[in-house]
Design a binder for this molecule. Sequence first.
Ligand SMILES: Nc1ncnc2c1ncn2[C@@H]1O[C@H](COP(=O)(O)OP(=O)(O)O)[C@@H](O)[C@H]1O
Ligand SMILES: [Mg+2]
Length: 256
Amino acid sequence: MTSDTSAVPRPANAGELRVDKISMRFGGLKVFDDISLKLAPRDILGVIGPNGAGKTTLINVICGKLKPAAGQVFLGGHDISGIPTHTLSRMGLVRSFQQTNTFRTATVRENLSRAIRFSAGSAESWRRMDDLLVRFELLHRLDEQSDKLPYGLQKMLGLLLAYATTPKVLLLDEPAAGLEGRERVRVDDFVRHAQQDLGCAILIVEHDMDLIRRLCPRIMVLDAGRLLAEGPPEEVLSRREVIDAYVGAIEEEEEA
Ligand SMILES: Nc1ncnc2c1ncn2[C@@H]1O[C@H](COP(=O)(O)OP(=O)(O)O)[C@@H](O)[C@H]1O
Ligand SMILES: [Mg+2]
């Protein structure tokens, strides 16, 4: 994020994302081939798969951080290939990180102010966040330094920074990773707010299958860079090949 607040026009249908046959490689390593997906406003799509499957790389390609070897990404019908990440953020396409990503030495309030200024937001942007600030127990911590917050709250602040820019498409990379069980429902709150109040389309990468089942009417399973399965979670997660490649392994891990 920079302090430059010049307005970048948003496509009229900024909540529509289309990923068309993208392939990605790092040197000789093929990460994935021929991946396509579509999100309409308020859609929630879960993307799951083992570590190294290419989920974070998929987010990095969609948000403009990495250039695909082939294929295109469209936002609101406009080809956004080659547009830098910070410009795409202003156009409404915003990602969150697997790790926490706050301005570490700034207060919670200053973090949120910067995100609001970045997207040329206003008092209205603050008002919209009230409810989430209360639910995340951050309202009475606005003057605390962000890197002094407990880990779970830093993670929620990271999500709120994305929310503060009034996104239209949100790409969430393991929002529940490292959170305790009782903190995980905050991710549900966040996703529902973004969907209902901002009208966001949301792509969510997660290993927490309960959370995926709660939030996602549709999921994609990536395995070693290929699309292994796609459809409603209850159906996809019971397929033999998905259990063999992924679900079996995480359930064993959880039981251990
Ligand atoms: N910057 C990079 N340079 C080279 N290889 C990378 C880079 N980023 C990721 N990879 C490789 O791409 C594959 C997919 O990684 P990643 O997208 O992080 O997987 P996931 O998020 O599903 O765990 C892995 O084999 C990983 O080692
Ligand atoms: Mg990842």
